[in-house]
Design a protein around this ligand. Structure first.
Ligand SMILES: Cc1cc2nc3c(=O)[nH]c(=O)nc-3n(C[C@H](O)[C@H](O)[C@H](O)COP(=O)(O)O)c2cc1C
Length: 148
């Protein structure tokens, strides 16, 4: 079964908890899953696991500080990853208007530049609509893994 690396970005813990919930469930279904809380570029380039971004949005459509160094390295080096599957789960709050879930767009654009292959539509989780992001994300992730 596929191995999955979850790249997390989180300020208050919601996205991290979401990633951990996905890990627990998918592992019980036979997948190998790692959750990276402070990913470096090497965590991505040293293997060919499927990538799942699970990040919240902070500032004005920005990435949380724990994911920002990875993003900067990625944009700087753009290691080519042709066909490598990735998916995006992003937490945000629609009251932020134009910057709603902006962190997901940043990560998606950067991964596209490496020629990685996006699987499934981005899951945007709106804090105004749900207080349990992990429930929504788990349902999405179970579909996502069947497509990677
Ligand atoms: C200071 C601050 C800035 C935020 N900026 C945005 C934003 O620009 N766009 C957005 O969609 N959500 C924004 N949010 C909402 C968070 O992304 C949302 O509450 C998310 O669920 C937090 O997840 P976390 O617990 O993993 O940090 C912001 C929240 C805070 C506290």
């Amino acid at each position: 079964m596929a191995a999955i690396r979850i790249l997390t970005g989180s300020v208050y813990g919601g996205a991290l908890q979401t990633a951990k919930t996905i890990k627990t469930t998918l592992e019980s279904e036979g997948y190998k899953v790692s959750v990276l809380e402070n990913p470096s570029l090497e965590d991505m380039t040293a293997n060919d696991d499927a990538l799942l971004v699970c990040t919240s949005t902070t500032g004005q459509g920005e990435l949380p500080p724990n994911l920002l160094p990875f993003y900067i390295e990625l944009k700087d080096q753009l290691p080519q990853q042709p066909g490598r599957p990735f998916g995006v789960i992003v937490l945000g709050d629609s009251s932020y208007g134009d910057t709603f879930c902006g962190a997901g767009e940043l990560m998606e654009e950067a991964l596209y530049e490496t020629c990685a292959r996006k699987v499934g539509d981005t899951l945007k989780i709106d804090a105004l609509e749900t207080i349990e992001p992990e429930t929504e994300a788990l349902e999405w992730a179970r579909q996502w893994v069947t497509q990677i």
